[in-house]
Design a protein around this ligand. Structure first.
Ligand SMILES: [Zn+2]
Length: 470
């Protein structure tokens, strides 16, 4: 079995923040789960480097665009490493192979007669790299994702993609769940958007507006591919499309795209339509998560409340941040982060909950030189069920119930009062439970899970606390 999982391809016009960490960790948890089931897995992300935003950001710093995107893409890769997120592929948009792949995709759509040129005037959000109609904007005429930023009125001759031709097909594929959108309220949003009528959309811009940056349009030296057309294609170019057919055939279609709610239209409407046009298979599932708020407010540069995940890792450790983002941030509503909540969660759930339980049992085991001879741990079926629905918080909730139950049992049995044979019997039972907890934790907190499994194999001894109290 293969599983091809993707995280969204971030713009690399600025350093990553906690929102990127959330999505990287979610994708990684799903990928690790499938690796545990013995699937062959590719987890992909990359860098959306052809966006105008990157050119503008580089210019404002007086830097070369390529050097600028290389430097920033590296920040995202470094973050992934610090989060213990294992991307098998990190595909850069400025990569030559990606250019080849995106020109191939264009040609396939053009051969179907789905690409045409026309003069266009519209309101353009540089933040989204998208055109909007006035009814799609807020009362101030600003985009919902980028309040405070004026839209530009842009007039030029562009290539358009015949999205309108795919309205019925898309509706049928999404309603029948051949392309499954999770959660269902997001699916319903997409369905009503499609039913409201799909407009053809621009997929190129002039060299002048693109500042000669991005993928050249095949056969037209004056235009570059519009950023979304090529950025979405990173999902294909990263696994061989246009440069290694055998590899591509093995991995495509994606089994799962993981994205934030802000880019749902591109993934649920534009992307499948482009693939349909090109005669390529559609991804199977789209999981749409919500955002992290900070102390109840949207994270934004203007509010100055951007959380740097690296600072949190420095103070609490990688697995503590993974735990917070998976357990305390609901995947389907906005979830809040605050320093107080982080500290409270760390001490209550990790230092006192998991860490204390493991230490208690290890100490008892050491007292009688207890040795584990058979390992019969199981992955909690409830965790499995919830993980397959992307309910990370509920999956961890189930594991923490197991932790609480074992804690309660220790308090009731008072094993420290038992004579040696009885104590060893109690420890055998408890060790299986601890190992089952650790196994179920593997996709979420890989490092902690491995430490516990190592500690609870062979002769069990005490060790340094997993999560020292802060
Ligand atoms: Zn916007």
């Amino acid at each position: 079995m293969k599983q091809y999982i993707t995280c969204a391809i971030p713009y690399v016009n600025a350093a990553p923040h906690a929102g990127h960490a959330l999505e990287f960790i979610q994708g990684d948890t799903i990928a690790r789960y499938h690796r545990l089931l013995d699937s062959e897995v590719i987890l992909l992300s990359g860098a959306d480097e052809n966006a105008l935003k990157n050119v503008q950001a580089a210019e404002s710093l007086g830097e070369n665009v390529q050097a600028f995107v290389d430097k920033n893409a590296k920040l995202f890769q470094d973050l992934a490493e610090k989060l213990n997120v294992r991307f098998d592929v990190f595909q850069k948009g400025s990569d030559e192979k990606h250019h080849l792949a995106s020109q191939k995709l264009w040609q396939l759509c053009a051969e179907q007669g789905d690409i045409y040129k026309k003069s266009y005037k519209g309101l353009y959000c540089v933040g989204c790299e998208a055109f909007y109609t006035p009814d799609e904007l807020d009362e101030k005429g600003e985009c919902f994702e980028h309040p405070g930023k004026k839209l530009e009125e842009v007039k030029e001759e562009n290539y358009f993609f015949k999205l309108s031709s795919y309205q019925d097909k898309l509706l049928q594929l999404i309603e029948s769940e051949k392309y499954q959108i999770i959660p269902s309220f997001r699916k319903n949003e997409v369905i009503s958007f499609i039913k409201s009528g799909l407009q053809d959309f621009s997929i190129s811009r002039t060299n002048k507006r693109a500042k000669n940056w991005g993928v050249p349009v095949p056969g037209d030296p004056n235009q570059r591919e519009y950023v979304w057309f090529d950025a979405l294609n990173i999902y294909q170019s990263g696994i061989g499309f246009g440069w290694d057919e055998e590899k591509y055939k093995k991995w495509w279609p994606a089994d799962l795209h993981v994205i934030g709610k802000g880019i749902i239209r591109f993934h649920a409407v534009y992307w499948p339509a482009i693939l349909l046009s090109a005669g390529l298979a559609l991804p199977k599932k789209l999981f749409v998560h919500d955002y992290i708020t900070i102390n109840g407010q949207k994270m934004s540069k203007t509010l100055g409340n951007i959380i740097d995940p690296l600072e949190v890792i420095k103070k609490y450790g990688t697995d503590a941040l993974r735990y917070y983002l998976l357990a305390k941030v609901s995947p389907f509503t906005d979830g809040d982060y605050s320093d107080e909540k982080m500290l409270e969660t760390y001490n209550a759930d990790l230092a006192n909950g998991l860490g204390n339980l493991v230490a208690r049992i290890a100490k008892l085991a050491e007292k009688v030189s207890f040795e584990i001879t058979q390992t019969t741990e199981i992955f909690d079926p409830l965790v499995k069920e919830r993980l397959e629905q992307f309910k990370f918080n509920e999956a961890l909730g189930a594991i923490w119930q197991d932790i609480a139950a074992l804690d309660k049992k220790i308090n009731e049995v008072q094993p420290w009062k038992l004579e040696e044979e009885k104590l060893k019997e109690f420890l055998s039972e408890s060790a299986v439970k601890i190992r089952s907890i650790a196994l179920s934790l593997k996709p979420f907190l890989p490092e902690t899970a491995d430490k516990i499994l190592q500690q609870f194999s062979g002769q069990v001894t005490s060790s340094a606390p997993l999560f020292p109290r802060i």
